[in-house]
Ligand binder design. Structure first.
Ligand code: FAD
Ligand code: DHB
Length: 390
């Protein structure tokens, strides 16, 4: 088989890249290791920046998001019994975010790819990249016991943190920047009305907690847990008790509890791989970088990578212009590092670390500054709604 751009991974990066390229007349084939059902069973991010929401609309996949998603023009930062509203719209000249689950974004993208006859090969095993630094790279994979070869002109590595693409860069050319936090987030989804119309990020001496939502009848909550914690140790009752203990008392009093329909633990990590391009292979989304989820940036960064790379490839195919390809890594990395900084800052500010008394006082002062400084609130708001793409 032959295509112009081989895309590894059918997560949001791979599917959105495929959709944008197809609309511009560039051929793609997507190779995915799991089944479609598996891809659509993963509960992940919930907050979309305006840039991603606009890209989904432009790609013809914004209708359900606009009908069912919620526009949020603020969120709350809570610490012990204090609550501070960050008014995104007022602080950023009208910018907002869209609350709409990553799972639904992925479902909408699948539907659009199907409608346009896009090729997505599921259950592709042992995907391997070859000759990525030559003019004729190719990818091999196994399916139903047979080995297949996909020839291509470019490879987009959209295969997440554990995929093979990053490993195709020789070790002596790859530089990795990493910070692993000693905790994770235990998250649950429950068919209960959300405790608040807006997200609440809560820093507490017992640890961080987040109140989020998917709709008026579907809530998503998280609590910070030790990195080696096991989901099985957390009954629903234990989860609700712990969550309540970390929220301001008026919020805790309003919390409606019920059975969880999903419960999982995600580790927290900051990670950047440089470069994001090696020969004719590009790293996109989690394959190239990870942020801790506190700033809601993981999915949004994957989207900005797709924006830069799709534009670069479209310029190449339409106008024989390689400028975008040459500058993809540099452009994407600038925005990635800004999001890494913000995500690290939010994480440090709101989580419980094994830290010295001095650090605890500095964090308290940081929150004090946030409460009393419009400039500090503006800095949070402009990062949360998403920095510009250029
Ligand atoms: P992925 O969504 O990881 O997609 C990669 C795809 O590649 C997958 O479908 C995978 O099956 C496929 N793949 C992997 N290996 C291979 C292979 N060998 N061959 C073929 N295909 C392969 N962000 C937030 O902002 N908020 C959150 O609450 C949040 N929670 C998260 C929870 C978890 C458990 C994880 C892992 C991430 C979370 N994120 C969150 C981050 C956000 O979901 C990611 O940034 C986003 O999914 C990145 O999209 P992607 O397409 O780059 O990667
Ligand atoms: C959600 C996840 C996040 O990491 C975040 O910062 C906000 C919301 C969510 O899953 O709803």
């Amino acid at each position: 088989m032959k295509t112009q751009v081989a895309i590894i991974g059918a997560g949001p990066s791979g599917l959105l890249l495929s959709q944008r390229l197809h609309l511009a007349g560039v051929e793609t084939v997507v190779l995915e290791r799991h089944s479609r059902d598996h891809v659509l069973s993963r509960i992940r991010a919930g907050v979309l920046e305006q840039g991603l929401a606009d890209m989904l609309r432009a790609a013809g996949v914004g209708d359900r998001m606009d009908a069912e998603g919620e526009i949020h023009d603020g969120c709350e930062i809570a610490f012990e019994d204090n609550r501070l509203r960050i008014d995104f719209a007022e602080l950023t000249g009208g910018k907002t975010v869209m609350v709409y689950g990553q799972t639904e974004v992925t479902r909408d993208l699948y539907k659009a790819r199907d409608a346009m006859g896009g090729t997505i090969i599921h259950n592709a095993e042992n995907v391997a990249l070859h000759d990525v630094d030559s003019d004729s790279p190719y990818v091999t994979y196994e399916k139903d016991g047979e080995t297949h070869r996909l020839d291509c002109e470019f490879i987009a590595g959209c295969d997440g943190f554990h995929g093979p693409s990053r490993k195709a860069i020789p070790a002596d050319r790859l530089k990795v920047f990493e910070k692993v936090y000693p905790f994770g987030w235990l998250g649950i989804l429950s068919e209960t009305p959300p405790v608040s119309e807006e997200l609440i990020y809560s820093g507490h001496p017992r640890g961080f907690a987040l109140c989020s939502l998917r709709s008026r009848v579907l809530s998503r909550y998280y609590v910070q847990v030790p990195a080696d914690e096991k989901v099985d140790n957390w009954s629903d009752d234990r989860f609700w008790e712990e969550l309540k203990s970390r929220l301001p008392s008026d919020v805790a009093a309003d919390l409606v509890t019920g059975p969880s329909i999903e419960k999982s633990i995600a580790p927290l990590r900051s990670f950047v791989a440089e470069p994001l391009r090696y020969g004719r292979m590009f790293l996109v989304g989690d394959a190239g970088h990870i942020v801790p989820p506190t700033g809601a940036k993981g999915l949004n960064l994957a989207a900005s990578d797709v924006f830069y790379l799709s534009n670069a490839l479209i310029d190449y195919y339409r106008a024989d212009d390689e400028t975008g390809i040459e500058h993809y890594a540099e452009k994407a990395l600038r925005r990635i590092w800004l999001a890494e900084r913000f995500s690290w800052w939010m994480t440090t500010l709101l989580h419980k670390f094994d830290e010295e008394a001095f650090d605890v006082r500095v964090k308290r002062a940081e929150l004090d500054h946030l409460v009393h400084s419009r400039a500090a609130q503006t800095a949070l708001a402009e990062n949360y709604v998403g920095l510009p793409y250029d």
